[in-house]
Design a protein around this ligand. Sequence first.
Ligand SMILES: Cc1cc2nc3c(=O)[nH]c(=O)nc-3n(C[C@H](O)[C@H](O)[C@H](O)COP(=O)(O)OP(=O)(O)OC[C@H]3O[C@@H](n4cnc5c(N)ncnc54)[C@H](O)[C@@H]3O)c2cc1C
Length: 110
Amino acid sequence: MYNTTVEKINGEKHLETIDIKSSGITKNLKIDGLFESIGMDAETELVDNLLVKNDCNYIISDDCTTNIDGIFVAGDCRTKNVRQLTTATSDGTITAYLVIDYLKTKNNKS
Ligand SMILES: Cc1cc2nc3c(=O)[nH]c(=O)nc-3n(C[C@H](O)[C@H](O)[C@H](O)COP(=O)(O)OP(=O)(O)OC[C@H]3O[C@@H](n4cnc5c(N)ncnc54)[C@H](O)[C@@H]3O)c2cc1C
């Protein structure tokens, strides 16, 4: 269902029905379960005023690098199209290699 809002959750001892509203019309729907999604907002306060983020607080990164050299980002907290376990672990692997390369470069310079 698109463009539909849940107006009310009904039931005595357990969930029985919900009132939904779509295009100004309210309907009562019998259901057994409800999974409510309240939106997404990344908890990235740790790097406030350090890393560049978007409006939903995701750290802006297409490739696990950030706006600061030597700080990398992996997983759901970065901007990306797909947030799943497989993409998070993939980010972890990429980030590990980026760190190794970064440290090698630093060591060669000193
Ligand atoms: C309801 C739901 C269902 C999902 N179902 C699926 C599914 O079926 N299949 C699938 O592949 N993916 C699913 N996902 C997505 C998947 O869970 C995520 O993509 C994945 O967990 C991201 O891993 P992550 O390590 O980036 O973040 P997270 O798993 O969120 O881990 C981040 C960790 O960092 C900790 N943390 C946060 N701030 C701090 C701090 N300041 N200091 C220390 N620790 C901190 C948090 O407590 C948390 O433990 C689902 C997500 C949700 C919300």
